[in-house]
Design a protein around this ligand. Structure first.
Ligand code: GLN
Length: 538
């Protein structure tokens, strides 16, 4: 790697349709560049006006991903971390809301006295400042920037304009633009259609941004002839039209992109004197394992937002990683918690080798979660409860074992006779909703000899959090005496972070979110533990 090389910027825009997988393409290219020895990160610029997706319902936007430094971010940051094995931060996810908030705050402070504050230059300058921010740290050789939404959207325009200006300001060899589009297949005509792509690129070019490479999402291979046609109409070189064909796993996409020479086009365009081939041995081993598992196991994921695939993205991916580590395919069957009752719980969960109760907010489906937990506890089915899932296993135990039928979380019943889950002290005065939960990484000390400590192989861990309520320590002794042990505590505050049932084959509830830190190359111990226990039960 050339030590005096400038930071390189790759911008990824999308057109024709949303949900084409820009995040996966960005992650795949980043992975390939990283595998060539470059220091890489990815950031996402989202055109919506929310400051962050923390205040969005998962049905609107999928899972809210949380970084080490406590940013509530787009789920694509989860892909970035899983592909690269590198932590992202607050700086990696910027929204229109954040941009305007900064500019308007500066305006009130008088930073622009006498001036009319406008989209160009004030908003676009702030976008550009943030686009270049991570590059200025000197920690990265290449920064990939994914622009959310599709070109032509009203909200995207200032971001596209900022990309145009940077393409103009930065040296030619420091900047690259990739446009991702869809080539639909019309089955009646048995034809792949390029027109939507032509229009999308036209829209992009009308904004002054010239793509260097067009990545085409397609269900069928693109012929040389078709690629030439797209290249001609979209004003790029024929070799710069590449196909991204539907893959059997998102983790296969880096290899597909390498076959299509996407990483080579990038190092050429960016004049990176590093033509070594990407070193992907470990990645390929992982892929081979998920492709050819020798056994399988059934895990039921109990949650409130199961209708939407992306609502529990990190949990689903953590099972893929754990499955690979344990040489088995994990069938994750989702179950709507609102549907579970004491009468149907046995039939709904009969095929489960393991049960995971998901994080969440609010009252809907809570009693169903309690039913599922009781079933897991009584039938000795391996169980992992995450955040709300942990809180509900405390409620279930209080009601059934401690004999407190009025036990509840104060989140749904502030007047509960036994508020076994209560509002954290520092949350009591909080009235603002956005960004005010307990967020990000905190240390946790595990009880030596506990299941948790043996799973982690350590007693000192850190995990990421996103919650307002906590285990009510007033009742700690009662729980411990009755058999639900607090085996993980925050070393500073004493907050209970992990509970487990030593008499059960595998029953563990965690206040934090282990799923955010699982990657193919570092599968999370708790998910591995659950899968292992489920295999044993089977
Ligand atoms: N609603 C619960 C709380 O705020 C749990 C949050 C979660 O599951 N992420 O504490």
């Amino acid at each position: 790697m050339n030590p005096v090389m400038n930071t390189k910027y790759i911008f990824i825009t999308g057109g024709v349709a949303s949900s084409l997988g820009k995040g996966i393409i960005a992650s795949s290219l980043a992975k390939l560049l990283q595998a060539r020895g470059l220091r890489v990160t990815i950031q996402k610029f989202d055109p919506y006006i929310n400051i962050d997706p923390g205040t969005l319902n998962p049905y609107e936007h999928g899972e809210c991903y949380v970084t080490e430094d406590g940013a509530e971010t787009d789920l694509d940051l989860g892909h970035y971390e899983r592909f690269l094995g590198v932590y992202t931060s607050k700086a990696n996810n910027v929204t229109t809301g954040k941009i305007y908030h900064t500019v308007i705050t500066k305006e009130r402070e008088g930073a622009y006295l006498g001036k009319t504050v406008q989209i160009v230059p004030h908003i676009t300058d702030e976008i550009k400042r943030r686009m270049l921010l991570l590059g200025r740290t000197g920690e990265y050789d290449v920064i990939l920037t994914e622009i959310g939404g599709t070109v032509g959207d009203m909200e995207s325009q200032p971001f596209i304009e900022a990309v145009r200006q940077l393409q103009w300001e930065l040296p030619e060899e420091d900047c690259m633009s990739i446009h991702l589009t869809l080539i639909p297949y019309l089955s009646a005509a048995r034809e792949l259609k390029t027109k939507p792509t032509q229009h999308s690129v036209q829209t992009l070019q009308q904004s002054g941004v010239k793509p260097d490479v067009i990545v085409c999402r397609t269900e069928h291979p693109l012929s040389t002839e078709l690629r030439r046609k797209i290249a001609l109409f979209c004003n790029v070189k024929p070799g710069h039209v590449i196909q991204s064909i539907d893959a059997w796993s998102i983790y296969q996409v880096p290899l597909n992109m390498h076959e299509e020479h996407l990483d080579e086009l990038a190092v050429r365009k960016l004049q990176i004197d590093n033509y070594s081939q990407p070193e992907l041995t470990r990645w390929k081993v992982f892929l081979d394992r998920i492709r050819h598992p020798s056994r399988e196991v059934n895990i039921v994921l109990v949650g409130k937002y199961v209708e939407l695939q992306d609502a529990y993205k990190s949990i689903q991916e953590a099972f893929v990683h754990a499955g690979a580590a344990k040489d088995c395919h994990v069938n994750v069957q989702t179950l709507q918690s609102g549907q579970i009752t004491p009468d149907n719980v046995a039939s709904l969960l009969q095929g489960a080798d393991g049960i995971l109760v998901a994080p969440g907010f609010g009252e809907r489906g809570l009693e169903g979660k309690v039913c599922a937990i009781r079933y897991a506890r009584e039938k000795g089915i391996p169980f992992l409860g995450i955040c709300l899932g942990m809180q509900m296993c405390v409620v279930e135990f209080a009601r059934d074992v401690l004999g407190w039928p009025d036990a509840a979380s104060a989140e749904v019943n502030p007047q509960a006779g036994h508020p076994v889950i209560c509002l954290m002290e520092d949350q009591k005065a909080t009235t603002i909703k956005g960004g005010t939960m307990r967020l990000g990484a905190y240390a946790c000390r595990l009880e030596p000899g506990s299941l948790a400590a043996s799973i982690y192989g350590s007693t000192e861990i850190t995990e990421r959090h996103r919650h307002r309520y906590e285990f009510n320590s007033e009742y700690l002794d009662a729980f411990q005496q009755a058999g639900l042990k607090a085996t993980g505590r925050n070393p500073e505050t004493g907050l209970v972070e992990v509970v487990e049932l030593p008499d059960h084959p595998f029953f563990i509830g965690v206040q934090f979110h282990p799923e955010y830190k699982s990657t193919p190359e570092r599968p999370h111990p708790l998910f591995q533990g659950l899968v292992q226990a489920a295999l044993k039960k089977r």
